[in-house]
Design a protein around this ligand. Structure first.
Ligand code: ATP
Ligand code: MG
Length: 203
């Protein structure tokens, strides 16, 4: 299922869901590393509509998060951005993301959902988990400050991958901008400039 062979007629598609408020180099390194290790043909970044886990915190507009994701991924021919979660409206559940991408790509695609150690810890609370695991193979990646484990999950549903440690979070990037501190080299240059141009995270 998830070895390194690339079968010619089956596209291997990574999916990286996130709020991306803003997208940073932790997201990009994780996607790049998993794409290499799993021989993925492409990785689709999917910015959330309303993240249901973040209902009580302010989140930038979907269009700003979408555009930052496009800017950050534009130079990589294997990186794509999908609007499915933004255009569906309402709170985003991963099961809907996977259903939409499955119907778009059909059975000629194998889906790999990439998630950081922190998100993997909380996955048991996700809606329709059984169906989620039928739709995609999960790849949990290391993230500084969190333990990467699949002990709470059914066998063979998740692979664990060590990626270069990037102690970066969107929360910290937003706080830095609010304090007038730099986010150069934490996020791609174009995203630094977009944040400044749109005056995001200023308070
Ligand atoms: P926030 O602080 O706003 O929650 P975040 O940095 O956690 O932002 P998200 O958009 O919430 O970013 O994360 C999207 C996905 O990327 C999640 O699966 C998360 O675990 C993963 N991820 C985020 N940052 C890193 C990182 N530095 N290393 C590895 N994975 C990461
Ligand atoms: Mg997060």
């Amino acid at each position: 299922l998830y070895d390194h062979r690339v079968e010619e007629d089956i596209r291997r598609i990574g999916i990286m869901g996130g709020t991306f408020d803003p997208i940073h180099h932790g997201h990009l390194v994780a996607a790049s590393e998993v794409a290499d290790r799993f021989g993925l043909d492409e990785v689709i970044f999917v910015p959330t509509g309303q993240p249901w886990q973040k209902a009580d915190v302010p989140v930038s507009s979907a269009e700003d998060r979408y555009l930052m994701t496009v800017i950050a991924t534009a130079s990589n021919p294997r990186f794509q951005v999908s609007r499915v979660d933004i255009d569906r409206g309402g709170p985003t559940y991963t099961v809907d993301t996977l259903r939409d991408l499955r119907s778009r790509y059909g059975t000629k695609a194998q889906l790999f959902f990439i998630t950081g150690a922190d998100a993997l810890e909380r996955i048991l609370s996700w809606k329709d988990l059984d169906e989620i695991f039928e739709l995609a193979h999960f790849i949990g990646v290391t993230r500084p400050g969190f333990e990467l484990t699949a002990a709470h999950l059914p066998a063979d549903t998740v692979s664990l991958v060590q990626v270069p440690a990037m102690a970066i979070s969107s929360t910290d990037c937003r706080a830095r901008v609010a304090r007038g501190e730099p986010v150069w080299y934490l996020v791609p240059d174009g995203v630094v400039q977009y944040i400044a141009k749109r005056r995001l995270y200023r308070e």
